[in-house]
Design a protein around this ligand. Structure first.
Ligand code: GTP
Ligand code: SPV
Ligand code: MN
Length: 595
């Protein structure tokens, strides 16, 4: 097929990759619904996809059992020096990594088609948007990118002859010999998987995996790892944050951006249905925020994505009704149960299931003892289908952020909510956030790990420099900087029950934050930060005893002190690169704890 572009760099790059990967065909994606339908038909015919009779225009895919989540041990930041990548990233010298990967890419698309996917992160033409072009040999990636990004001819038009783009090379790493039968989910074994980033030249090379953030390269690879490097250079922020608009009964709007680690509640909070009367919430984004200081000096956020790639298990009409409505049609499901009736199902979906075929392709009934859906099963759905999508979600200027929230999944120690004493303390709170592992990454073993600003797997440079960038942004924003809070929805009682009902009730926590922002309530100072004073927090109508509330909010100084050695070790790994302001925060934190 003739290339639908005159962009010289793009043509040269596609030529180079074609010569290296030797596909049978080259196909340029136009982004049309006809193209989407054609690809789906082909994948259903080949056995890779199942069409769901119960959901219009929706399909289910089963991945290979080994290819079910991000692989952090196989993710690399190949900056010029190891120090620039920092102690939290895997590093290989760029030329060495390229040599290894060129060896793998050589001939890797034999028997397959090379798809060229021009895509835009952010509304096409927006000054904040960035254009990427993904080359892939996975038709599953093509259809997902159709939903997750803005794909096609419109992007090539915006690119023109000389426009710049971020090249994203992807192969599942499974060439086919002549006559060899393809499998339903081709991929390479773990030791051959590489998710590689070359931040000095804004280049992404991914090999061997077809799943999620490993393969949909606009998301974590471009919009976080590469964008975080560009953002620091240019003075803006690329964060692993949801964006929402909360409106008070008086009609006042608050825009909130929240960073929780993977599978720790961003999608759920982004689509919140507040239970408290008069408060409403609209979703701007559920995973990534790009933020720049606007002409008015305030931080403005856009969602660079066009769809949701959300955790399926646990999603129900009770926990997240807006997500349930979003995925009624035109959606892709991966690694769920396909029921005998031709619908999808997963654990805690809140509807009964008589049985069907599990994520591995085996017959399954609810009593089987094994989970039917993989814990990291996901849905891919267009953001515009969300009933509470914010009317301004595609405003190229973004929404002005009033509040930042950090958080993590901690069954112990961390209270429901506390507020930073000032910007620098807020940066410290984000920097020291810790969370228990989830199914979103295959290879995270620690029972609890620090996940700074929920960016541990996504920061494309040295985390110490990233913190300095946060301090610098605070200086630039001055009095217009968002207020910073920390939440934990996941605290449990000694007998293992959730202390906080979460989901729609989380609106109560946001309400207290808004009232703090307006100075309507004062809170009370504790060694870890400001917390609601007696009577300030709206518990109206919640069946919660005073004892339960006290347990949820309890600050056990002994437990916080017991973590100081770990805090010192954590900070020490950054050596002399650790910002002086972070050292000062550690010192004053210890002092407040009475250490
Ligand atoms: P990524 O897409 O991986 O970045 O994750 P995410 O942060 O968007 O996570 P998501 O909202 O999908 O939440 C994943 C898990 O957290 C699901 O099992 C949810 O049921 C659970 N969860 C979300 N919010 C709450 C809450 O308020 N309380 C409790 N107990 N669980 C929650
Ligand atoms: C995450 O792991 O934070 C995700 C899912 O949002 S993935 O796109 O696979 O990275
Ligand atoms: Mn995420």
């Amino acid at each position: 097929m003739t290339a639908p572009t005159q962009n010289r760099k793009l043509l040269a790059w596609v030529d180079d990759v074609t010569r290296l990967c030797t596909p049978d065909h080259v196909y340029w994606c136009d982004g049309s619904t006809a193209e989407y339908a054609r690809f789906m038909d082909q994948m259903v015919a080949s056995g890779m996809a199942t069409k769901l009779s119960k959901r219009p225009n929706s399909y289910h895919f089963r991945s290979h059992a080994s290819d079910v989540a991000r692989v952090e041990d196989r993710t690399y930041i190949a900056s010029r020096t190891k120090d620039e990548a920092g102690p939290t990233n895997n590093w290989v010298a760029p030329e060495d990594l390229k040599q290894t990967m060129r060896g793998l890419y050589a001939g890797c698309m034999q028997g397959r088609t090379l798809y060229v996917i021009p895509f835009s992160m952010g509304v096409i033409g927006s000054p904040i948007a960035k254009i990427g072009v993904q080359i892939t040999d996975s038709p599953y990636v093509v259809v997902n990118q159709h939903i997750m990004t803005r794909v096609g001819t419109r992007v090539l038009q915006a690119l023109g002859q000389d426009g710049a783009f971020i090249p994203c090379l992807h192969s599942v790493g499974a060439p086919l010999k002549p006559g060899e039968q393809d499998v339903a989910w081709p991929c390479a074994p773990i030791e051959k998987k590489y998710i590689a980033h070359f931040p000095d030249e804004s280049l992404i090379w991914s090999y061997g995996s077809g799943y999620g953030g490993n393969a949909l390269l606009g998301k974590k690879c471009l919009a976080l790892r590469i964008a975080s490097v560009i953002a620091r250079r240019e003075g803006w922020m690329a964060e692993h944050m949801l964006i929402l608009r909360l409106t008070s009964p008086a009609g006042k709007r608050y825009h909130i951006a929240a960073a929780f680690p993977s599978a720790c509640g961003k999608t759920n909070l982004a689509m919140l249905r507040p239970t408290i009367p008069g408060w409403t919430c609209e979703c701007v984004g559920d995973d990534i925020a790009w933020m720049k200081i606007g002409p008015d000096g305030r931080l403005r956020a856009i969602n660079p994505e066009a769809g949701f790639f959300g955790v399926a298990p646990g999603t129900s009409y009770k926990s997240n009704p807006m997500a349930m409505d979003t995925i009624r049609e035109n959606s892709i499901f991966t690694n769920c149960v396909v029921t005998g009736q031709g619908d999808i199902w997963w654990e805690d979906m809140g509807v009964p299931c008589e049985g069907g075929t599990d994520w591995k392709g085996n017959p399954w009934t609810p009593g089987k003892g094994e989970k039917g859906a993989h814990p990291n099963a996901r849905f891919t759905a267009p953001a515009r289908q969300c009933p509470v999508i914010c009317p301004d979600w595609e405003d190229p200027a973004g929404v002005p952020i009033d509040i930042f929230i950090f958080g993590g999944r901690r069954t112990q120690v961390m209270p429901l909510v506390h507020e930073a004493l000032d910007w620098d303390h807020g940066v410290f709170m984000g920097a020291t956030a810790a969370s228990e592992p989830t199914a979103a990454a295959l290879d995270v073993k620690a029972k609890l790990r620090r996940d700074p600003m929920a960016m541990l797997p996504f920061c494309g440079y040295n985390v110490a420099d990233y913190w300095q960038h946060w301090f610098d942004m605070g200086d630039k924003l001055g009095a217009k900087a968002p207020k910073i809070f920390y939440v934990n929805w996941f605290r449990k009682s000694p007998d293992g029950k959730w202390l906080w009902p979460g989901f729609g009730e989380n609106g109560r926590v946001l309400k207290w934050m808004c009232e703090r922002t307006d100075g309507k309530v004062q809170g009370q100072t504790t060694p870890i930060g400001r917390m609601p004073a007696d009577g300030e927090f709206d518990l109206t109508g919640l069946p919660m005893s005073k004892a339960e509330w006290d347990e949820l909010m309890r600050v056990d100084l002994g437990a916080f002190k017991a973590e100081l050695t770990d805090l010192d070790d954590y900070m020490a790994q950054f050596g002399s690169r650790l910002p002086a302001r972070m050292r000062a925060q550690v010192a004053s934190y210890k002092q407040r704890l009475g250490d």
